[in-house]
Write a protein that binds this ligand. Structure first.
Ligand code: MEV
Length: 429
């Protein structure tokens, strides 16, 4: 029986932590060896990043090709476990290349910090008192991060709203901070935590939460691309038909939340893969994306599709993008650092433009497949490779086994094992 009460586990070195795990859950020596392999990343870094560290959980890392973004060719690192995501993004980027690729723009890097205040005797007047004290509050917040001010960022404004019902209204103070090349959670959280007592003094109310909002409505990236109809004919459908079918599929997502969730999931397949590869907080991006998708009228697709004057398909995306290049895992994790180098980004806006373009490419690729041959065909050949590997195929065997599984339409591990055994038997003869 496992005992999860492990006092002092966090103080142990890695070998001792692994020893306890080995005893508790009967890990084999081979399993311990696998855990010990940190894929070239110094364990000390991992140990400082999280508590009770024992190893790394590696994801496949691949490069999306063919991307041209704002006129610049980019090689884009993507970390993702799902088969065919990288191939699909690369394929979409190849089609968009015919018309110059993706065009993308970003806003300044403005994040919102929230301060929740309740029990305010005169809430409407208190709201105005906060605005009266705006400059003083901004100055106090700015003093918390001189480095950010030095590089041109810092707190820029305060908004106050009243929420809840008239019997028990609540005030929410928003501090807007330009976080420049950082994701900004630390800077913003420090500032709003500091402002809490000042807000209590001004409002005579009770401050409760002081925390960043992941609904980053002022930190938006927008991108669009044109997919020429000449390059879209597929599976017996003409290019014109494919354009119409994709626009119909977009409308389906626009009017149906069940489809919209999957539509947006496809976008996030690409977005999260780049966000993870660059060591950014993918939960923040996911939360922000879905909240933004429902911020106005119901839950909506993060992309749109329409026809231009030539009848070509034009796709666009608009999404909050709270990623950073400094601070956080991006500047600590050696592979994240290499990935930033591969992407060739110097400013956070370039990273945001890349991420949005990949999201759009991913969504286009999914809709292109879904509206023509379906996604299973493409998925199956890649899935068959995974099955072949799981069954023990190595080297050339992987492709041979995968092809046979697909041709037999039996993508199962038992069948893969049989094929491998037969191949090896006939090789011995
Ligand atoms: C699968 O991971 C993503 C898709 O379901 C997205 C979509 O349906 O648009 C293919």
């Amino acid at each position: 029986m496992v005992i999860s009460n492990l006092p002092g586990f966090y103080e142990l070195d890695r070998t001792s932590r692994l020893k306890i795990l080995k005893e508790q859950v009967n890990l084999t020596n081979d399993e311990i060896k696998i855990l010990e392999n940190t894929g070239g990343v110094d364990f000390n870094i991992i140990d400082h990043m999280v508590e009770n560290a024992i190893g790394v959980m590696s994801l496949p890392l691949g490069i999306a090709t063919n991307f041209v973004i704002n006129g610049v060719d980019r090689l884009i690192p993507m970390a993702v476990e799902e088969t065919s995501v990288i191939a699909a993004a690369s394929h979409a980027a190849k089609i968009a290349r015919h018309t110059g690729g993706f065009k993308a723009v970003t806003t300044p890097q403005i994040m919102i910090g929230q301060i929740e205040v309740s029990n305010i005797p005169d809430i409407n007047a208190a709201r105005i008192r906060i605005y009266e004290n705006r400059d003083m509050l901004l100055k106090i917040a700015a003093e918390k991060d001189p480095m950010l001010i030095k590089v041109g960022g810092g707190p820029i404004d305060i908004n106050v709203k009243i929420i809840g019902d008239s019997v028990k209204p609540m005030m929410v103070v928003h501090l807007l901070v330009n976080t420049m090349d950082a994701m900004g959670a630390n800077a913003v959280n420090t500032m709003v935590e500091t402002l809490g007592t000042y807000i209590e003094d001004i409002t005579k109310g009770t401050v409760n939460l002081r925390i960043i909002s992941n609904l980053a409505i002022y930190r938006i990236v927008r991108a669009y691309a044109t997919f020429p109809k000449e390059n879209l004919a597929r599976a017996g459908f003409s290019g014109e038909e494919v354009v119409d079918r994709i626009i119909e599929a977009y409308k389906f997502a626009l009017h149906d939340p069940f489809r919209c969730a999957t539509h947006n999931k496809g976008i996030m397949n690409g977005i999260s893969a780049v966000v993870i590869a660059t060591g950014n907080d993918f939960r923040a991006i996911e939360a922000g994306a879905h909240a933004y998708a429902s911020y106005t009228t119901g839950y909506r697709p993060l992309t749109t599709y329409e026809k231009n004057e030539n009848g070509d398909l034009v796709g666009s995306i608009e999404i909050p993008m709270a990623v950073g290049l400094i601070g956080g895992a991006t500047s600590v994790h050696p592979i994240a650092k290499i990935n930033v180098k591969i992407a060739g980004v110097k400013h956070v806006s370039e990273l945001q433009e890349i991420i949005a373009s990949v999201g759009l490419a991913q969504n286009f690729a999914a809709l292109y497949a879904l509206t023509t041959e379906g996604i299973q065909r493409g998925h199956m050949s890649l899935h068959a490779r995974n099955i072949a590997i799981s069954a023990g195929a190595v080297g050339n065997e992987i492709d041979i086994v995968a092809k046979q599984l697909v041709s037999e339409k039996k993508i199962r591990i038992e069948r893969a094992s049989e094929i491998i055994a037969n191949m090896r038997k006939s090789e011995k003869k």
